[in-house]
Ligand binder design. Structure first.
Ligand code: PAF
Length: 273
């Protein structure tokens, strides 16, 4: 595996890859089994695999956890080596950004749900993902369904800007007890870790109700709230794949999204039905 730090190095390498399929997995590091599943899938489906580790400052709001975000470069490099990544791109912030930049503006629907809590967050995500796409020019790019709104906006960017890249949505990876994997799980204390299980349990409950043909969103939300009774729920929302809120579940076109807060840690989870 080659570690690349500069744009020039990456451009040089990219020039040498002519026809081979390139799978790309962008990350912010602190790699866990969720990332590993994306990398493994990229490894299976492409001749060349490129992973990026870049803690992107433009997607963090003032006061968010940019400075405390878990950083595990040595462990991340080992994981990428074990997963047989060909190229690991690890640029500095000054390599990726100038002082003043041409900006990408996410559409209005980026200001609901995650975007309502983190206004401007998705502008930063799209900005960096577009830069990384332009540098790597991948055939396939792999994103987790856990960040469902991010995934949907990246799919829209690819459509709207006519990028020739396949976006591959990948299933959520969970701990054995159901907690969705996230780099931010390390912020939880023991008690919060136990409490956090109620998030995935509420989604299991929603899935069971839908299995019994209960499609009314109000009823489903109420049942989920009961499971998460003593949690600080930021939102439970039921949307279609365009991220429009719906009142009745439509099979194969519904995402149930939950965010709960544990002090300053926000945990996201969702169920695609
Ligand atoms: O999902 C993430 O880890 C980040 O938002 C991404 C896509 C790597 C962009 O910084």
């Amino acid at each position: 595996m080659k570690i690349l730090k500069t744009i020039e190095e990456l451009k040089q390498i990219r020039k040498t890859i002519k026809k081979d399929k390139i799978g790309f997995v962008p990350t912010m590091g602190a790699l866990h089994d969720g990332h590993i599943s994306l990398i493994k899938r990229a490894r299976e489906e492409n001749k060349i695999v490129i992973v990026s580790i870049f803690l992107n400052p433009t997607q963090f709001l003032p006061g968010e956890d940019l400075d405390n975000y878990p950083k595990k470069d040595a462990a991340d490099i080992k994981i990428c080596e074990m997963c047989k990544v060909d190229y690991l791109f690890m640029p500095e912030s000054s390599t990726m950004y100038e002082k003043e930049e041409v900006l990408i503006k996410a559409p209005n629907k980026s200001y609901i749900l995650e975007g309502a809590s983190r206004p401007g967050h998705f502008d930063g995500v799209l900005q960096v993902v577009l830069k990384l796409f332009n540098l790597t020019r991948p055939t396939n790019a792999y994103f987790g369904k856990k960040d469902a709104q991010q995934l949907s906006l990246i799919q829209q960017m690819v459509r709207n800007l006519f990028l020739d890249i396949n976006i591959i949505p990948c299933d959520i990876v969970r701990e054995k007890d159901g907690l969705a994997l996230s780099s931010r799980n390390v912020y939880l204390n023991k008690e919060q870790r136990v409490q956090a299980l109620k998030i995935s349990k509420s989604l299991t409950k929603a899935g069971q109700l839908i299995g019994k043909k209960e499609f009314d969103v109000k009823t489903i939300k109420n049942a989920m709230k009961e499971v998460m009774c003593d949690l600080d729920i930021e939102y439970i929302e039921v949307v279609n794949k365009n991220f429009e809120p719906i009142n009745t579940v439509e099979l194969k076109n519904t995402i149930i999204l939950v965010v709960a807060r544990f002090n300053s840690t926000r945990l996201l989870d969702n169920l695609w039905v």
